[in-house]
Design a protein around this ligand. Structure first.
Ligand code: SF4
Ligand code: SF4
Length: 248
C-alpha cells in the first residue's frame, strides 16, 4: 500500500510550528517511513508544487492575496487540511488589531509606498477555506503533531484536551496567580494542552493557545473586573492571540 502523501506549508507566520516538526528528531525516521512528504519547503526545496495530497498541514495566517491564493490551491489538491498553530487556527498575533484601518497602518509604516503592499487584515484559514482539523498552540506542541499524524493515519480525528489551562494548572497544584497575586491570567478561557507551562513558572497565561471551546469570556471578564482590573487592559490581553471580543 502506498504511503499517504503529505504537504507541510507556511503562509504568513514565524515558521515556529514547522520548526517544531523538524525538531521531532527522534521520530523523523519513523515519520518518513510512514508518510510520503511531498512538499515541505522549510525542510527541502525539492517540492512537487502540485499533485494530489492526502493531508496538508498549513501554518500561518492569511495576510496577503498571495497567501489566500496559495491556501485555495492547497485546499484544492488536499483531501484533508489541518490548520497548524494559533495563527492558522485563530489569526494569532497578526490579527491582534485587525479591525484597525489597514491603509492608515500601512501609510504610518511605509508612507506613500504603503499603497503598493499586498497586505490586508490577518485572517485564520477557516475564514478562507474549509479546515478539517486544528492543532493550536504558539507554537504547537510536538506531541500534538505526532498524535495528530498517528490519528489521521488510522483514519481517526485528532483529539486534544477540551478543558481550560486552569484545569492543568490545578492538576499541577499551582497557586492561582489570578486569585493570589491578582494578575490578569487568561487560563480560565484558554485551551489546555501546554501543561500550564506559564503559570507553572509563575507567569500569567497570555492565551497563546487560543480560546477553549466552551469558555465563557463574558463571565471571566466580569470576574476580572470584580477584582479591579482595568477593562482596556483585559481587552488588550484577551485579543493578543485570538479575536475574543470585549466591548470597551
Ligand atoms: S494561575 Fe491562571 S491558569 Fe492557573 S488556575 Fe489561576 S487563573 Fe487558572
Ligand atoms: S500557559 Fe497560556 S500562554 Fe503559556 S503556553 Fe500555555 S496557553 Fe500559552
Amino acid at each position: 500500500m502506498s504511503k499517504p502523501k503529505v504537504g507541510i506549508f507556511g503562509l504568513t507566520g514565524c515558521a515556529g510550528d514547522q520548526l517544531v516538526i523538524l525538531n521531532c528528531e527522534d521520530q523523523l525516521l519513523d515519520l518518513v517511513a510512514l508518510i510520503d512528504i511531498r512538499d515541505f519547503l522549510m525542510a527541502s526545496s525539492d517540492g512537487y508544487q502540485d499533485g494530489a495530497l492526502d493531508i496538508a498541514m498549513v501554518e500561518g495566517a492569511v495576510l496577503t492575496m498571495r497567501d489566500a491564493e496559495r491556501l485555495r490551491a492547497i485546499r484544492k489538491r488536499s483531501a484533508t487540511l489541518v490548520a497548524l498553530g494559533t495563527c492558522a487556527v485563530w489569526g494569532g498575533v497578526a490579527a491582534m488589531d485587525r479591525d484597525r484601518d489597514r491603509a492608515k497602518a500601512l501609510a504610518e509604516v511605509y508612507g506613500e509606498r504603503g499603497k503598493e503592499y499586498d497586505s490586508y487584515p490577518a485572517q485564520a484559514l477557516h475564514e478562507i477555506v474549509k479546515v478539517d482539523y486544528n492543532i493550536t498552540g504558539c507554537p504547537i506542541e510536538k506531541e500534538h503533531f505526532l498524535s495528530a499524524v498517528a490519528a489521521l493515519l488510522n483514519g481517526d480525528p485528532p483529539l486534544y484536551p477540551q478543558y481550560p489551562v486552569c484545569t492543568e494548572c490545578r492538576m499541577r497544584e499551582n497557586n492561582c496567580l489570578l486569585i493570589e497575586r491578582r494578575e490578569v491570567c487568561c487560563g480560565p478561557i484558554t485551551a489546555a494542552g501546554c501543561d500550564a507551562r506559564c503559570p507553572d513558572l509563575r507567569i500569567p497565561c497570555v492565551g497563546c493557545r487560543g480560546p477553549v471551546a466552551d469558555g465563557n469570556p463574558a463571565s471571566v471578564l466580569a470576574m476580572f473586573e470584580e477584582r479591579g482590573f482595568d477593562r482596556q487592559r483585559i481587552a488588550a490581553r484577551l485579543r493578543t492571540f485570538a479575536p475574543i471580543g470585549v466591548a470597551q
